[in-house]
Design a binder for this molecule. Structure first.
Ligand SMILES: [Zn+2]
Length: 235
């Protein structure tokens, strides 16, 4: 699919709502700075999913008014049992331990950037136990964001739908055609989520984003706006 075809599809639908989530923020690296600068120059809100225990204090000094922080797990350590898919929250872990860890991470992010933080968990590898999801409000987490179709749960959920990195093909950009086709397939009345990982982007991925942020007929939502469609209230 070309940019022209993509824009025509959006026009045919009378416009689209997009939101942007970038994962694995930890170091105040040149790549992170590039993502933040892109958000500023293109005036596109960015939901930055930060790993609480890995976050360098300097990261919080780089944020600007279009950046909202989400909690990306707590330590992003894979605790999966043999045969289980990668997850920070394995089935065998006592729920109190998982919940305690989420709470510790949430507290650390609040200490550094309470005013930019939305109480939303972005679980590493987009995987979380259903019982943990249902327990999150007990520690102050009010929403969750995953990848793909929504998981049945009571907690407000705003997902991402287009991951621009081909993880099993050398972590390259998936390509313009594939990205646009995936996006077009997922266009609906709900916000469409773009998932990026600044640390692994090649130049093609960056250039794609620069072009994406200029697409006509799109309203780019902040994370708070995207979650407002689900009824999540701040506080
Ligand atoms: Zn991650």
């Amino acid at each position: 699919m070309t940019w022209e075809e993509f824009e025509a599809e959006i026009a045919r639908r009378g416009g689209a709502k997009f939101w942007w989530r970038d994962d694995d923020a930890a170091a105040a690296s040149p790549e992170l700075r590039r993502a933040l600068a892109l958000s500023r120059t293109c005036a596109v809100p960015l939901a930055l999913a930060v790993i609480p225990e890995a976050a360098e204090p300097a990261l919080f000094g780089l944020l600007h008014e279009r950046i909202t922080l989400l909690q990306h797990g707590t330590d992003h350590r894979n605790r999966a049992a043999p045969g289980e898919k990668k997850t920070e929250y394995p089935a065998a872990e006592p729920i109190e331990a998982a919940l305690g860890r989420v709470s510790d991470g949430f507290r650390r992010l609040k200490t550094f950037a309470a005013e930019r933080l939305l109480p939303v968990l972005a679980p590493p590898w987009n995987r979380v136990r259903k019982d943990l999801l249902d327990s999150l409000p007990a520690v102050g987490i009010r929403g969750v964001t995953l990848y793909g179709p929504r998981m049945g749960a009571l907690i407000p959920q705003v997902n991402t739908h287009v991951d621009i990195v081909a993880w099993r093909r050398g972590r390259r950009f998936i390509g313009e055609d594939e990205a646009l086709r995936l996006a077009a397939k997922n266009l609906s009345d709900e916000p469409l989520g773009w998932l990026t990982h600044h640390a692994v982007h090649d130049e093609h991925a960056w250039r794609f984003l620069e072009r994406l942020f200029k697409v006509q007929g799109v309203h780019w939502l902040s994370a708070a706006e995207a979650f407002s469609y689900t009824g999540l209230k701040n506080g």
